[in-house]
Design a protein around this ligand. Structure first.
Ligand code: ZN
Length: 279
């Protein structure tokens, strides 16, 4: 299993330049780049410098985060989403990044059928754009009651219906746990359709109460990560695991410490089930 650092883990206390430096130093294989941090990097430095960094170093870019709230948008907002996608595709083709995380909208009161219809249609449309650049779309359900797609069951049904080679899933342990997605569902998913695996943990809250800031380091919370990891192993998934935590207390840490501790925590949990090549 390859190890990846998601920049959400240092969202408020670091920059892309620092995340790259320390993720390389601590032996991560990949980084998931937040769009805001990348725009800041390109503004202050240049895209050329980013290309040169990846040419010189072992760590490679894996995915961009995030095209947010892509469904049920008005014409102007949807145009902006497509412009952002083209920006990520063009940048991705220069630095060798071939995945973009895509998140559905919140606070829309439609039936499941209507949500499925809209989400399938939007993902197909974005997939047409992405395909020209060899970009893949990783659709991430969010385990909040007010997210239009909030369980693995619902997300997988949508991705199966889209039925495109460049559209797959993000499986995020926090979102999986938060709205009680079923492990049985995961057992029947094709490993090729899991494009990204976000690893994290959370404190013990009731269904529907969890929010991103409740995330903690893998192994420090109540999610049955062993069950998720053994199921992933059982279906033949061993592509990558990416640490993604949005904890306000961790934002107080120096970024180097957060990046080092994140690697230690994820490695401890993962190595019970997978070999970690970078060790
Ligand atoms: Zn995630």
């Amino acid at each position: 299993m390859k190890l990846c650092f998601n920049e959400g883990t240092t969202m408020e206390n670091s920059t892309l330049a620092l995340d790259l430096e320390f993720a390389e130093k601590y032996g991560y294989d990949f980084i998931e780049i937040r769009m805001r941090k990348m725009r800041a990097y390109i503004g202050e430095r240049s895209l050329k410098e980013l290309v040169a960094f990846f040419e010189k170093n072992r760590i490679k870019p894996y995915a961009f985060n995030t095209l947010e709230y892509v469904t049920f948008r008005d014409v102007a907002d949807y145009k902006k989403i497509k412009e952002d996608l083209v920006f990520l595709c063009e940048t991705g083709s220069k630095i060798g990044c071939h995945y973009t995380v895509v998140v559905p909208s919140f606070d829309v009161t439609y039936t499941r059928g209507r949500i499925k219809e809209e989400t399938v249609s939007v993902l197909k449309d974005l997939s047409d754009v992405a395909e020209k650049y060899d970009m893949n779309l990783a659709f991430e359900f969010v385990g909040y009651p007010n997210c239009s797609v909030n369980t693995l069951e619902q997300a997988y049904e949508i991705v199966e219906t889209v039925n495109r080679k460049n559209v797959g899933l993000v499986l995020d342990c926090f979102h999986f746990y938060a709205m009680h997605s079923r492990i049985e569902t995961l057992k029947h998913i094709s490993p090729d359709k899991i494009f990204i695996f976000h690893i994290n943990d959370t404190n013990d809250f009731p269904v529907g109460a969890l929010r991103d800031h409740h995330r903690v380091w893998p192994g420090d919370g109540v999610i049955d990560l062993d069950q998720i990891l053994s199921t992933l192993k059982g279906i033949g998934y061993d592509r990558m695991a990416s640490i993604e935590v949005f904890n306000q207390d961790y934002y107080e840490l120096p970024p180097e410490k957060a990046i080092r501790v994140g690697k230690e925590k994820m490695t401890t949990v993962l190595r019970k089930h997978f070999s970690i090549p970078s060790e």
